[in-house]
Design a protein around this ligand. Structure first.
Ligand code: ZN
Length: 285
């Protein structure tokens, strides 16, 4: 994106310059920091010849398109959310280490897309605004002090969850992976633009009513700890997305519980990362 909200078409830019330049952002991310600096320079110098449109005119898709692997999600990473969850479902018996589950790549949708919440699929669709971390540099056994250097950037992700499926049948992956249910974006912001990712406000609204309002400084396991912990058993690779958990204020924790119904509007925002806006619909139109 150029300063005046014009969006550069990377595929078009690459095609015009050389057959060797990557055609997608995901491929650029995989080439590392130096390549991304080169891309920034290329956009600044010649981007204007390859404009896709302005931000207000374009329909924004999810950053990176179809992700290469499932989103790695962190459960129970904010104390107040653990408390509200335990009040709703009973003691969680959590370990001291982070708790992980994954969301299928097909559950991710664009930042302004409609979300389907037909009662035949789930009658208990819930919201979870989260900070998502995108890995840019591969690594195994990463020291916490080096961890943020492996991050490409940050984005908003709403880990929309079908509680009836997730909890009553103890099916986390299934309940967290409804088709195109979880908005990602609107932007993937490079890490140099976010000097302190552990001091960002997260907010989520349903029909204009604020439901969640917290700060990433309240994470139990911070980003460096999560990247380091995950990399002890698995090589993290460019394009991996880690969703760092949600703060208090989800529908499950309300008395009585509240769910996303067709007609509702879900909005999610994090400082410096933009705001999503999604309409809940009965069926895909
Ligand atoms: Zn979550």
């Amino acid at each position: 994106m150029l300063d005046d909200d014009l969006v550069v078409d990377l595929t078009d830019l690459a095609a015009a310059h050389s057959g060797l330049l990557p055609r997608t952002l995901l491929d650029w991310v995989g080439l590392g920091d130096k390549a991304v600096e080169r891309l920034t320079d290329l956009c600044a110098s010649t981007g204007r010849a390859h404009i896709a449109g302005s931000l207000t005119d374009l329909r924004l898709a999810e950053p990176l398109g179809r992700l290469p692997r499932n989103v790695i999600c962190v459960g129970a990473n904010y104390r107040e959310h653990i408390k509200e969850s335990e009040e709703a479902v009973g003691p969680l018996d959590l370990p001291d280490e982070p708790v992980y589950f994954t969301k299928d790549v097909r559950s991710i949708c664009g930042p302004h897309d409609d979300i389907t919440a037909g009662e035949d699929v789930s009658g208990q669709l819930d919201w979870e605004v989260e900070l998502a971390v995108v890995i840019g540099r591969a690594g195994r056994d990463i020291d916490p002090s080096e961890a943020l250097g492996h991050v490409f950037g940050y984005a908003v992700l709403n880990d929309v969850s079908a509680r009836d499926i997730q909890l009553s049948r103890n099916q986390w992956w299934k309940g967290k992976s409804l088709e195109r249910s979880s908005p990602f974006g609107p932007y993937l912001v490079t890490r140099d633009e976010i000097p302190d990712p552990q001091n960002l406000e997260l907010r989520c609204w349903v029909d204009g009513v604020e439901k969640q309002h917290s700060n990433t400084k309240l994470m139990i396991h911070d980003i460096a700890a999560l990247v380091s912990d995950l990399s002890r058993t698995l090589t993290l690779e460019p394009g991996d997305v880690i969703s760092t958990g949600t703060p208090a204020g989800v529908g499950l924790g309300s008395t009585p519980p509240q769910w996303l119904r067709p007609g509702a509007v879900l909005e999610s925002e994090i400082t410096g990362l933009g705001r999503q806006r999604n309409r809940i619909v009965q069926e895909v139109e």
